[in-house]
Design a protein around this ligand. Structure first.
Ligand code: ATP
Length: 238
């Protein structure tokens, strides 16, 4: 077996006295698309933020490519191929679409490859090509999600963390965004997907983790989780 791309051991994260993540274990192998599902406040966003170095854990260990990330300075995460598409997109609304995408490549100096990746993003999102000179703040929610995903792709991620990509989007746009998530996965990018829409997340992912009150309560293949009665009742509205 090759080393997992990401290994999380007994991770604990707290906000002051509030324990948001209470000792979780996760593993993501190269090329996998893994879903993390759970109710509001379960600790999913906190987990993602900790994985990209935005929050320092109070306990446990994160191994990325077999190496502990504890000593990595925050700015180095992107350079090492860890990228997050945050909840609420976090795009630069007063920059154009193209400028937002260029921001994603800020740690890179390989100009020719950056140009190739820009074309690749425009192939994935033809809509963004049409609007490349438009200010990102004037785009629709779905288009802004595309900008956020395109910007992350511009960093050439090895592990892409997506936080609630469907949030606030019309169902038809959600379908489009998930189609693109599948295309990115098919290109070999490893992904961890946090999503309120548990059904869609599990229909898209290979494996899934269920998080409740700061703990992982279930880990299984996506197929088994979709067939699991307690998951169906709690998260799939059946
Ligand atoms: P959501 O889907 O609502 O984003 P989540 O599963 O991502 O939920 P988190 O946002 O990680 O959950 O929150 C986990 C817990 O930590 C919650 O109890 C939340 O109130 C708390 N929390 C989150 N951010 C902070 C913060 N900045 N300061 C204090 N407590 C926080």
């Amino acid at each position: 077996m090759s080393t997992p791309l990401l290994q999380v051991k007994d991770l604990k994260v707290a906000y002051g006295g509030i324990q948001a993540v209470k000792g979780i274990d996760l593993q993501i192998n190269q090329g996998e698309l893994v879903a993390l599902i759970g109710a509001n406040g379960a600790g999913k966003t906190t987990t993602l933020k900790t994985l990209v170095g935005m929050i320092k854990p109070v306990g446990g260990e994160i191994l990325y490519d077999g190496q502990p990330t504890a000593r990595l300075p925050s700015y180095a995460y992107v350079k090492h191929g860890l990228a997050m598409v945050p909840e609420g997109r976090g795009i630069f609304s007063r920059l154009t679409v193209e400028e937002n995408l260029q921001m994603g490549a800020y740690t890179r100096d390989d100009k020719a490859d950056i140009a190739i990746d820009m074309e690749r993003v425009y192939q994935l999102f033809p809509r963004l090509k049409e609007r490349q000179k438009q200010l990102a703040g004037t785009l629709s929610g779905g288009e802004q999600q595309m900008v956020a995903m395109g910007r992350a792709i511009m960093s050439r991620p090895r592990l892409l963390l997506l936080d609630e990509p469907s949030m606030g989007l019309a169902p038809i746009i959600v379908q489009k965004i998930f189609e693109i998530i599948r295309m990115i996965a098919a290109e070999g990018v490893t992904m961890l997907l946090v999503e309120q829409n548990a059904r869609l997340a599990l229909q898209t992912a290979n494996r899934g983790y269920v998080m409740e009150s700061g703990k992982i309560t279930l880990a299984d293949t996506a197929t088994n989780l979709l067939a699991n009665e307690s998951i169906q009742h709690a998260y799939l509205g059946e």
